[in-house]
Design a protein around this ligand. Sequence first.
Ligand SMILES: [Ca+2]
Length: 322
Amino acid sequence: MKTWIDTDAGLDDALAILMALKYTEVVGISCSYGNCSRDQVVINVTRILSAHCAQYNTLPPKIYLGAEHSLSKIQKKPTIISEKNEWHGYDGLGDVPNLEQHLNYKILDIKPSNNLVDDFVSLCQESNITLISIGPLTLANQLQKIAKFNLISMAGCFGVHQELQFKIPHLYDTGNMRCFGMPYTEHNVACDPEAALVLNNQNGSLIADWGLTIRTGLTQAMYQKLTKESKTITGKFYTEISKQYQQTLSKFGYELFLICDSLAVYLAIDNAKYSGIRRNIEVSLNDDETYGQTTCQEQGNTLIVTQIDYNDLIQKITGIWM
Ligand SMILES: [Ca+2]
């Protein structure tokens, strides 16, 4: 499958991008704000691509400057995070100095292109493109106005809907943005709730939501085994950058090692096995505590994924380390 990735990398984006590069045909990567500033995302994507290219002795796909900031009228989460982020680190990739030197390969010299719109539109005219949006939905929303593509997103939180029968007794089952005054939403929607309307506008789009994320991760034993027995450059790279994230997950009481964005990428792999329910999605734009909350009604055409073939997923993830 031909994929285009829009990322705000970000630690979980790193594993997701490594999976997309290994298991799909990545035709472009756009770097957008979100977990980090856009400029930092360019640096991070370059490092992720460098690990992949060193492992497989291949050339990287083209990278682009994506969205720089949210376009929503109300913005509760600042675009530039200046303080230490205990999930992703200051630099978004776990703050590991001299990692590439230690692993004995060089960071590639990759310059991002400004020509995103023309290239994206041409690609969509030539073939069937799947946009995997693993950051805020700002760019996906802009692109839907000018091109036809399939959309897979890592967005929203539907865990509170009893009709979906996956409410789980967990502190974070309503979302992960409580600290920004948005207790009922998920990060990528919260950054730009107006843009998140794209979730419904793209006919047949797929969503891996926060509820799926907190139910579908690596067990601690799996994570320990992979990181201890890693044989590949990509595995060693991810092992090092994910150490702080792993500690933060434990600190907040998560039993699983959450793989977040990798779930969206899994949906784009040929022969991926998953199922879900089709719904109409609405996003609250009210300036109150529901801001960014995603709700769903019957008779829609957006697939909220509720089940993934876990063994197949683990096999694909293992391929990054072994
Ligand atoms: Ca992300």
